[in-house]
Design a protein around this ligand. Structure first.
Ligand code: SF4
Length: 305
């Protein structure tokens, strides 16, 4: 019996074939982009959702053969009816697999939850929607936790869908610097920044989700209540409809970007250390603390939150 039809390849997979396909494809991606070294301490960002749990279990299988160490890092965004379900799930998987876990919340790190900033956004007190805060704070928090864990590399579960969305998003926002800075290998060493790699970057989100379902891994299936407020959501929906009609276009977008960054000689901006946290940034303060300061500026007293 078949469990999956891969439309872009015109191929059917049985249960065992599909699990093997995901594991092999992940290993091949790691090798193709030179993502890992044999003695790495690997921080895996696990949100508790389908993709990150699939990643954790695939890496657990692959890395058993090597001298690497895996640690789990987890960030609590502070989103009611969403975030609180994730931590116990992540802890349970850490216990089952025997991995150390490092976690922190946006409240501890920045003084606010995403629910707090969503309220300010609804009251028109801040101009950015919750996902903007969440994205910048998460990027900072993952680096902070990976550093704390002594990791030499940070792995996130970004899929082909995420990359295609990010590429289009940067085009639509005229963010050329961000578009050209988007990289797929760990070659660039930036002091203060744990290198990031993405072993699921050539897999569809529906494929990583199916892996989690087929292994019956407990995960947080609640949708984030703020997801639909972001521009990314609209791009996601647009790309789903296009991929449905023209299988393979997500790959085309990824390949287009890879060709582009190969052909263009990009001079990255000189990086400073954030005046508040020391995080590498082309500005005086990093984006995460820029957003924190924006909230500090409109919140008179924390007790009103
Ligand atoms: Fe954060 Fe937006 Fe994702 Fe919700 S949808 S977890 S607010 S980035």
């Amino acid at each position: 019996m078949y469990v999956y039809y891969k439309r872009d390849a015109g191929k059917y997979f049985s249960y065992n074939e599909f699990l093997k396909f995901i594991e092999k494809k992940t290993l091949r991606t790691i090798q193709k982009y030179d993502m890992l070294k044999h003695d790495d301490v690997i921080a895996v960002a696990v949100s508790g959702g389908k993709d990150s749990l699939a990643l954790l279990y695939v890496l657990d299988k692959i890395e058993k053969k090597y001298n690497t160490e895996i640690v789990i890092i987890h960030v609590d965004e502070g989103i009611k009816d969403y975030s609180e379900y994730s931590e116990p799930i992540v802890r349970e998987h850490a216990r089952i697999l025997g991995y150390r876990i490092f976690n922190a919340s946006f409240r501890e790190l920045f003084g606010y939850t995403i629910d707090n900033v969503a309220e300010l956004f609804n009251d028109k007190k801040v101009e950015w929607e919750p996902c903007s805060f969440c994205g910048e704070w998460r990027r900072w928090a993952l680096n902070y936790l990976a550093t704390k864990a002594g990791a030499t590399v940070l792995i996130t579960a970004h899929t082909l869908d995420d990359f295609a969305q990010t590429i289009l998003l940067n085009i639509m926002r005229n963010s050329l610097d961000r578009l050209l800075r988007l990289s797929y290998s760990r070659k660039k060493i930036i002091e203060g920044f744990v290198p990031r790699v993405y072993p699921f970057m050539e897999l569809y989100e529906k494929e990583t989700a199916l892996y989690t379902h087929l292994l019956s891994l407990e995960h947080n299936d609640e949708p984030c209540p703020y997801a639909e407020m972001s521009m990314r959501w609209n791009i996601r929906m647009f790309l789903y409809s296009q991929e449905e009609k023209h299988p393979g276009i997500l790959y085309n977008i990824l390949r287009f970007h890879q060709n582009l960054i190969q052909k263009i000689q990009y001079m990255p901006p000189v990086l400073n250390k954030c005046e508040i946290c020391g995080f590498p940034t082309p500005q005086k303060i990093c984006r995460a603390h820029f957003f924190k300061k924006a909230v500090d500026g409109v919140v008179k007293s924390k007790s009103e939150l």
